[in-house]
Write a protein that binds this ligand. Structure first.
Ligand code: 5GP
Length: 207
């Protein structure tokens, strides 16, 4: 099993329930660390700076890009979102599996820079269910809901570039599937070079 943590990207249409899924995964299993992103969008009621996001100005966001402090960033519905580099690198080195709940442009940037990252796309059981969930939240204006539905149409174009696709129908079974998919990454032969070298040496010593 690899000792370094794996980087896991989880994307899904706005309203796919990926936030709830992440929360359940973190509560149920100890070895995950959730990356907290920076964004230039305003906090929603109940959101806490440093827990849900780091809410920053556009000037600060641009500075972070310039200084190489973000592993990836993207513009989503007119607002910037990015993943702070330091936290991800530190927790992976400690052996934690780091979860990045980010949208598709960021996911593809990460895959290009770190091909061993596992990309998981979470989808709702149907498009109608997605619309219900978005309207049922009651936190967004109609314009924002429409922008998010348009964005979902665009995102659906690239869903097949992900490594895994999970349907978030039943929360419990989706959490346990997600955990299994992530944990299987630790057993990839490519991430166990040290173990392979050791057994090769040991076997040679018998001949
Ligand atoms: P929301 O405004 O609903 O919190 O997030 C909007 C979208 O931005 C979601 O798809 C979310 O996954 C994505 N997102 C959140 N943080 C990041 C990030 O650091 N980078 C990128 N590329 N997308 C992010």
């Amino acid at each position: 099993m690899s000792e370094q943590g794996v980087m896991v990207v989880i994307s899904g249409f706005s309203g796919s329930g990926k936030g709830t899924l992440m929360k359940a995964l973190l509560e149920r299993y100890p070895n995950y660390a959730l990356s907290v992103s920076c964004t230039t969008r305003a906090p929603r009621p109940g959101e806490v700076n440093g827990r849900d996001y780091y809410f920053v100005s556009e000037e600060e966001f641009c500075r972070m890009i310039r200084d190489g402090e973000l592993v990836e960033y993207a513009c989503y519905c007119g607002r910037y979102y990015g993943t702070p580099r330091a936290y991800v690198e530190q927790r992976m080195a400690e052996g934690k599996d780091v979860l990045l709940e980010i949208e598709i442009q960021g996911a593809l940037q990460i895959k290009e820079k770190f091909p061993e990252t596992v990309l998981i796309f979470v989808m709702p059981p149907s498009a109608a269910e997605l619309k219900n969930r978005l309207c049922g939240r009651g936190t967004e204006t109609e314009d924002v809901i429409n922008a998010r539905l348009h964005r979902a149409v665009e995102e659906a174009q690239d869903m097949d570039r992900y490594d895994y696709l999970l349907v978030n129908d039943d929360l419990e079974s989706c959490v346990s599937l997600l955990h299994q998919v992530i944990q299987s990454q630790h057993f990839k032969a490519a991430s166990q070079k040290e173990r392979i070298d050791t057994i090769r040496q040991e076997l040679k010593s018998f001949t």
